[in-house]
Design a binder for this molecule. Structure first.
Ligand code: HEC
Ligand code: HEC
Length: 238
């Protein structure tokens, strides 16, 4: 066990009034997301976390796996400004399905496909549950977006336009999401929304989309509407 890990370990176990196991479980992803992670510290952490696991907490294996994700998706799955989606609070079945599509190659992503292929079905389930249980404030406040653009996005989301049904008609009020089929879209980083809508549009060019799907919706959007949706959604409360 490295000095570094020992030092943090003793810090964790010496906090008065906390159960060492519980505390360490919560700190798990934090510990592992540090820049000095090595195979040895990870191995040590697995042993440590496993030996302190209590039945009321999330599976420690899921937390160790999650440390592979937080470098990009944020420590609590809040997402990132460079087109990395928010996972915190997202519907677990939706995320599990997304991961299985990356794995099968049916959802395009040069980044996520190879990552998903390293995960077993049990791990995708655990990770989806883990991030779904997280809560985190939004990132990427679209500070550069004009108030007019944000307002146009709000109108599109709430009332729709001649070419498109209201976003919230499917994604629920304030974009909170509705079950496994309609993901939450509130507080998504703007660049992710733009990229994803472009991806749906590219799909629509391949073959005529089924009516009522997101591919069909995206196909009707113009660039202004995409920019407006992204600006508005990114500054909604999660
Ligand atoms: C190198 C950066 C990176 C890492 C590491 C990473 N992701 Fe991703 N992830 C992305 C990006 C970028 C996207 C958006 C890709 C797209 O839609 O084409 C994404 C998309 C996703 C999505 C789809 C979310 C949605 O709402 O559509 C899920 C779920 C996901 N990642 C889970 C994970 C999990 C679980 C891990 C860890 C095992 C992980 N990611 C590791 C960058 C990363
Ligand atoms: C007719 C119902 C419907 C309407 C209207 C609709 N959506 Fe969707 N949307 C969906 C469905 C279904 C999905 C999931 C598609 C998938 O994962 O393949 C989705 C997915 C998305 C995603 C990807 C989320 C993620 O986490 O990967 C974004 C972003 C999105 N919609 C934005 C919008 C915006 C912006 C509008 C309004 C301009 C809108 N949607 C209107 C049904 C709808």
């Amino acid at each position: 066990m490295s000095q570094n890990f020992k030092a943090r370990h003793s810090f964790l176990t010496s906090v008065p009034g906390t159960t060492p196991g519980k505390r360490a479980m919560r700190m798990g992803p934090l510990l592992l997301a540090g820049s000095r992670v090595t195979a040895r510290t990870v191995a040590a952490a697995i042993v440590f976390l496993a030996s302190h696991a209590t039945s009321t907490l999330a599976d420690p294996a899921a937390q160790v796996e999650a440390s592979k994700c937080t470098a990009c998706h944020g420590i609590h799955g809040e997402g990132g400004p460079g087109g990395v989606p928010r996972l915190a609070g997202q519907n677990s079945d939706y995320m599990n399905h997304a991961l299985s599509m990356f794995k099968a190659g049916t959802r395009a992503s040069a980044i996520m496909q190879p990552i998903a292929r390293t995960l077993s079905d049990t791990q995708t389930r655990q990770l989806a549950d883990y991030f779904s249980d997280q809560s985190a404030p939004r990132v990427d406040m679209a500070a550069s977006a004009s108030p007019q653009l944000v307002l146009a996005g709000k109108q599109l989301a709430e009332n729709g336009a001649a070419n498109v049904a209201p976003c919230f008609g499917c994604h629920a009020a304030q974009g909170k999401g509705n079950g496994a089929r309609f993901p939450g879209i509130a507080a998504e980083p703007a660049q992710f929304v733009i990229n994803r809508l472009h991806e749906f549009q590219a799909r629509a060019q391949g073959k005529a989309p089924e009516p009522g799907t997101m591919t069909a919706v995206a196909a009707t959007l113009d660039e202004q509407q995409i920019a407006a949706s992204a600006a508005y959604l990114s500054q909604l409360e999660p």
